[in-house]
Structures are given as structure tokens and as C-alpha cells.
Design a protein around this ligand. Sequence first.
Ligand code: FAD
Length: 495
Amino acid sequence: MKEKIAIVGSGIGGIAAAIRLAAQGHDVTVFEQADKPGGKLNELKQDGFRFDTGPSLFTLPGLVEELFSIGKSSAQTNFKYHKLENVCKYHYEDGTVLNAWADPHRFASEACEKVGEPAWRVHNYLNKVKEMYNLSAGLFIFRPFARWETFRSEAGKKVAKKFHKLDMLLSMHQRNKRSFKSKHLVKLFDRYGTYNGSNPYRAPATLNMIAHLEHSEGAYFPDKGMYDIITQLVNHARELGVVFNFNSRVEEVLFQNNKVRGGRVNGSRFFADRVVSDMDVTGFYKHLMPARKIPLRVRLMEKSSSAVIFYWGINHTFPGLELHNIFFAENYKEEFRYLFRKKQLYYDPTVYVFISNKVTGTDAPAGMENWFVMINAPVNQGQYTKEMMAELRTNIINKLSRMLDVDVNKHIVSESIGTPVTIEENTSSAGGAIYGSSSNSRFSAFMRHPNRVKRFGGLHFVGGSVHPGGGIPLCIASAGIVSNDIENENQKSKK
Ligand code: FAD
């Protein structure tokens, strides 16, 4: 049955849903409040530099490829990416530098040589997180959660039999401390907690499986930068008939007898059989369904971390830096206490420097580099003053200058700043949270908002603030769940 489907938001989740639903034969329209697609996965051009403004780590590229393979289109041939040999270069305050080579044997040798960790321990750990990922991905990522059909599925039965392997009792940090002798490696693997905006000192050790993606499945990068994912997917969606409306803020979703009837955009009504929301779920209830209360689970869940990002044009090249570089805080635990308990910026944060020009070669003028310099930051609660940002900038410049033995400030020739406040303003994400809610509790997976609410017929949710969570792969997975739900509902109603 061909339906009229409206999608609110053109983040990666919204675009993935649009592609899947258009390929099912529906009449799909995307409304996006911004003047271009992408949401958090976006780009900025300034003074001859180009920056990917949000995601920079690209794993499970097969999920993007799968979207190109849906329906007929020439776009798939235009999206090119490749596997990284060095996943990330880690710098520690004591002068240690560790390369996370994609080849697990090379990485284990590096860990043995540089920080004295026996290679067998590294291999044991990678095997364990692989087992955890293979056991649970089918249940926690690619299926609707908290539904009987999911728990009764083969994936559900498999997890039930080996539940203890999910390692839910310890925190990520506790497990990592037991797995490695080297404090450097504990820090390196703890950091994967931040890949979904969580605190490794509280998040369950199950999340250590995130490391499996980079260390065994591989880290990748698009040849033209991250925003090419959006450019090519939107081209593909258009070829499948999806209509994109930019500068179009949806103001309300309209219901009749608890069934979606359409909505209001820029003051005009539109008709739709279904609405798929890709916007942050808190904002969705607050602004698009103001007459209903925000569900308790949405109100109760702790938000994920946000970020402060300096986009710096640098008039120098640094051959010693890679595409992805980490400069660790000396006291990692304290950094997370500031992030999640004090909700303040820590004076010595872990700094991530991402230089897309290392791969693309077209994102900076000759002899220069585009530095995306990011720290994890608490969600916006009104605490971000000008003074605070100025102090942070000084602290970061001092840290990078000290650890790279160069005066970084001298080389900054262009600058823009992204903060939790601007992320919130630009994408309507509550508090500027970059991954929706955190996974700081064992029950987070159970608490996350589902992809549909049966009470409201025709209403569906995709994207990082709902099941299965934030990050490009999970947002794409959410679109798969929603398109399956719609297909199943339509098939049932045919019978
Ligand atoms: P969003 O990107 O949140 O987009 C929602 C869209 O809805 C926006 O375009 C918004 O304008 C629009 N919208 C909102 N309200 C309305 C309305 N009323 N009407 C119309 N449109 C509306 N993920 C990774 O996988 N790897 C990374 O390395 C990584 N790093 C990140 C770094 C940063 C700085 C940030 C910000 C995010 C990062 N993420 C990363 C997370 C990732 O970007 C997100 O999980 C993902 O892009 C979210 O996609 P989404 O589908 O939820 O939609």
C-alpha cells in the first residue's frame, strides 16, 4: 500500500529511513529546518578550509553501502572510502605515543614494545569484545528492543543462554583494569565509552564491545570527507523519488483519534499517513506534541555528553600527526567526574585532533591543515560563559603546544567554535547532547525510547535519541527497524 510519509529532519537516520521507505514504494517527503541536510553530520567551509563539523569516525561502512544498494541509482558508484591503516595515534602526558594499528598483531606488538603489555593479553581482550559484539549486536542493535518478538527471536535466545558473557556487572573501566597491566591501555580502551557519549567509569563493561568495531572490523574514511556520506545519500534518495524541503521547520504533528493525519510546517498544513521523526525525541514531544507529556523514560534518562569543537585553519603541516589523534588527560577519572557529575569543563581535558585533509588533500590550502579540535563537554545547562570558553581555549592550546613541542597558537589563521549551545541551536538536540542519552546505567538499553509508540498510529522514531542509540551505524540501524515496522504493519492490514 502506497502511503504518504513525512520525515521530520534530515540527519543520517532521517535520510536512511527516507531511502528505505521510498524503495518500498511510498511517497516520501523530508522536512528539514536547516538550509541543508545532515544535522549533526555536517560541514563548514571557511577561509579556504573545509571541516566536517560532527562525526569523524566511520565504522561499519557496509551499512551505508547497503543503503546505496537499495533501489536503482548511480549514486553508489560515487561514494568512495577506504580502510585506515592507523586507526588513531594516542599521545600521553608522559611522552608515550601509541599507534592503534588496524592490524591486531601489529597493534599488540606496538603495545608490547611501547608499554610492556604482553601481546597475548591484547589478543585475549580483542577476542572477548568480538565475542560480545557477535553475541549481542543482533539483539541490541538491529532489532526493535523491549518487544516480545525480539526476546523470542534466535538472537534473543542466544543472548539468554550466554547472558553472563555480556559482562554487565562490572563497569567498562573495571573490566579494562582487570584485563591490562598497562595504565596506557586501560585509558585507551576506556575511551570507547565516549563513542556513545558515556562515562566508562559507570557504563557497563558490555560497551567494551565498541572497541571491536575499530580494532577488528576496521576504521574507514570517505575519500572526500565525512559529509560526502550525506551528499551521496541525498542524491540517491532523490533518485528514488524522495522530496527534500529545506528551511522547513515542522511545528506540530496532527492526529485524529490518535492516528497521524499530517502536520504543520512553516504555518501551512500538510497531509501524511505517517510521520517519522528524526529529531531529538525530547524536542519532538515538547514542540511537536505539546499537548502530551514528555514520557517519563525520556525525562529520566541522563543525556549523553556534548562537545566543544574548535575548527582551526593551521598555516603549517604536521607530518607526525595522523587523521585521528588523541591527547589524553593526565587524570582521566577526574575528567569524567567533571563531565557527568559537576557538569563543568575540566581544566586538563582529553583533546581529540582530527585532520581530514590528511586523507582528502583538498580540505586546506597547500602547506596548511584543517584541525578539528574537540573535547567532550557536559550538556548545556546555561554554564557556558565567554570567560569559560576563553579559559578552555588557552588550556587546550597550552596542552597541545606542550605535547607537540610547538607554539600552536602561532599557527592558527582561521577559527570557528562549536559548543553544546550551538549544537542545540543548529540541530534541536536537547542540551546539545551528541548521542541522545548516555549508557551510564545497565538499564539504558531498556530505557531508550522505542522506534514506534503503539498508542499513536503512524508515528515512528529514528535517529540517535531513540533505540538503538547514537552514532552513524546505530542511526542507520534505527531506520531499518522503522522501515520493517511499516512494512509489517502494511502487510498485516492487507490480510
Ligand atoms: P541529527 O543529526 O540529530 O539531525 C536531526 C535533524 O532534524 C537536524 O538536521 C535538525 O535540523 C532537524 N530538525 C530538528 N527539529 C526539526 C523540526 N521541528 N523540523 C524540521 N527539522 C528539524 N557519530 C559517529 O558515528 N562517529 C563520530 O565520530 C561522531 N562524532 C560526533 C562528533 C560531534 C561533534 C557530533 C555533534 C556528533 C558526533 N557523532 C558521531 C554522533 C552522530 O553525529 C549522531 O549520532 C548522528 O549524526 C545523529 O543523526 P540523527 O539521525 O539522530 O539526526
